[in-house]
Design a protein around this ligand. Structure first.
Ligand code: URA
Length: 239
């Protein structure tokens, strides 16, 4: 696929679009050994060698993006009415086949992984992969030790669906406790239904971690950044 040189350089995360344009203008960028000063020059990054300041510039095949999802955005690639998580990806990171690897409800906030690597997404979403997902749930009612124990041991939902054991930790006690919960599945509305099964409600839900990767606390809601190589590997790691 032919793409603009400035877009290719900025899509790898090390340079912003305007830094990439300055680099090109300065003469630091070569494509297949030829200096290119035209930022709009088009090339197929998979077929050409790009260097910056004489150093090879690696163009990665796939991108892996961490988004801090706000409320009111759907976890889908496209939607005829609602804003999607893909609409929040900045232009320089946009690629044609991006999709969210896993869904959060419209009202849930936090870590959504966006990629164009179908095999990776397939692996992490496969039920048998048991990737741990960590959430913070703000509850509608006080919660008892007995209720937490039921969920921790593997609760049966209202419709008979059985959940695997979960790990729970009360972060803040009180009328509307804040509970950290770690699950290794991704059933529809799972956490809301787990607490509903003990007669409680979830009034706020945020995903804070996928595998061993924490949501970057410097990302404001609606912001995203590329994952590092280490983070990409750590998504699939077990605690
Ligand atoms: N569980 C839910 O109930 N909702 C989510 O968005 C994620 C997990």
């Amino acid at each position: 696929m032919l793409q603009r040189l400035d877009k290719i350089i900025s899509s790898q995360g090390a340079y912003t679009r305007s830094q990439a344009q300055k680099l090109i203008k300065s003469g630091a960028v070569c494509v297949d050994g030829i200096q290119i000063r035209d930022r709009g020059f088009k090339l197929d990054a998979e077929k050409s060698d790009v260097t910056i300041g004489g150093e090879p510039f690696e163009v990665k095949k796939y991108v892996y993006i961490m988004l801090n999802k706000p409320k009111g955005v759907v976890s889908a690639s496209s939607d005829s009415r609602e804003k999607t998580v893909i609409d929040l990806v900045p232009q320089e990171l946009k690629r044609r086949n991006l999709f969210p690897a896993g869904r959060l409800d419209m009202t849930t906030t936090g870590f959504v992984l966006i990629t164009d690597d179908g095999d990776f997404a397939h692996r992490i979403l496969a039920p048998k992969s048991h990737i741990e997902k960590t959430y913070e749930a703000r509850l509608a009612e006080p919660v008892s030790e007995a209720d937490l124990k039921k969920i921790a041991e593997g609760i049966t939902l209202g419709d008979g669906t059985e959940c695997l054991p979960a790990k729970l930790r009360v972060i803040e006690d009180g009328e509307n406790p804040l509970v950290e919960i770690k699950i290794v599945e991704g059933k529809y509305h799972q956490i809301k239904r787990m607490f509903a099964a003990v007669g409680n409600g979830v009034i706020g839900l945020k995903r804070t971690k996928m595998g061993m990767v924490e949501l970057d606390s410097t990302l404001k809601e609606g912001e995203c950044r590329l994952l590092s190589e280490k983070e990409i590997a750590d998504i699939e790691k077990q605690p």
